[in-house]
Design a protein around this ligand. Structure first.
Ligand code: ATP
Ligand code: MG
Length: 280
């Protein structure tokens, strides 16, 4: 379907021009506000539905799929295999694979039981002290059904943990200790200094650095091939440079550029910044 689509470097750069010039809500702004979960403007039929988002479509499913961070991923993989998973604190800038890594761990640990064994709380949930006291304690204190031969510890995933209230963070210290036998906690955040030392010391910390150029390029090439896009080398380099090691940003720019390019192809308008800006 996408065969023959031609995304040139110029169009990528033009589109980037639009983002800054026309204050249009394309990936750079959306990335900060919504982390790519709702990347495209409402009402654009081409982009309705989460399934069409490349950041989700190409989210690593297993630890092997996670690009870069080999040391971290191998260590976590080994600990998971040996059934010695500690409480985790994954931190680092956006779009580097923290959430993807922990979800891949959960998939490996629980397989089809994934949804019964993991409590996932993120910034859209209320994360005050009540949640820690009730939701997390309720989940952690309920006995998990063992399946297979391995004893099954449950997993509480606190995504964007730096957004928890101070009281909640303090309450969490006790909860972690109390349920250590049956539950592992994975805290994920961008700013590790916003996690109180008492919580940090209960976790094994892993820093996810921005992805290096080689890994962003490799991963983008994988998506470009899978979507059968035609991207010139200079366009690819521009994407890599702009993403600054944020893989989510790289995929969002690639997808929005692809969308704009398709729109233009359909309506036979030349693809350059001003004409697209005028259409919006
Ligand atoms: N290391 C990676 N390997 C492959 N894809 C990645 C990697 N990091 C990010 N991505 C891509 O970016 C998307 C977002 O990644 P993820 O949610 O894991 O980032 P994050 O580090 O948790 O970011 P944030 O701090 O904003 O929550 C993924 O769905 C995937 O498409
Ligand atoms: Mg995340």
């Amino acid at each position: 379907m996408n065969q023959g689509l031609n995304i040139k470097c110029k169009s990528i750069l033009d589109n980037i021009g639009i983002i800054t010039m026309a204050e249009y809500t394309y990936p750079m702004e959306i990335d900060i506000a919504d982390k790519g979960k709702s990347v495209f403007p409402a009402g654009n039929p081409s982009y309705s539905g989460k399934a069409s988002l490349w950041v989700e479509k190409y989210r690593p499913q297993s630890l092997d799929d996670v690009a870069a961070h080999r040391d971290i991923v191998d260590t976590i993989d080994r600990l998971t295999t040996e059934n010695r998973l500690p409480h985790l604190l994954l931190y680092g800038p956006p779009g580097t694979g923290k959430t993807s890594t922990i979800l891949a761990v959960a998939r490996k640990l629980y397989g089809a039981q994934f949804h019964n064994m993991i409590l996932e709380l993120n910034a859209s949930d209320d994360r005050g002290i009540d949640v820690v006291r009730q939701q997390i304690q309720d989940f952690a204190s309920t006995q998990s059904l063992s399946f297979g031969v391995k004893p099954s510890v449950k997993l509480v995933l606190l995504d964007e943990a730096d957004a928890m209230t101070k009281d909640a963070k303090f309450a969490l210290r006790r909860v972690i200790e109390k349920y250590t036998k049956s539950t592992r906690f994975a805290l994920i955040c961008n700013h590790v200094n916003k996690i109180i030392p008492a919580l940090q010391s209960r976790c094994t910390r892993f820093r996810f650095a921005p992805l290096d150029t080689v890994h962003v390029t490799e991963r983008l090439k994988h998506v470009i091939n899978a979507e059968r896009l035609d991207v010139e080398d200079s366009g690819l380099s521009a994407l890599v440079r702009l993403s600054n090691g944020d893989m989510r940003k790289a995929l969002n720019i690639l997808q929005s550029t692809h969308g704009l390019s398709e729109d233009n192809r359909r309506s036979y308008l030349p693809l350059h910044g001003k004409s697209i800006a005028q259409r919006h």
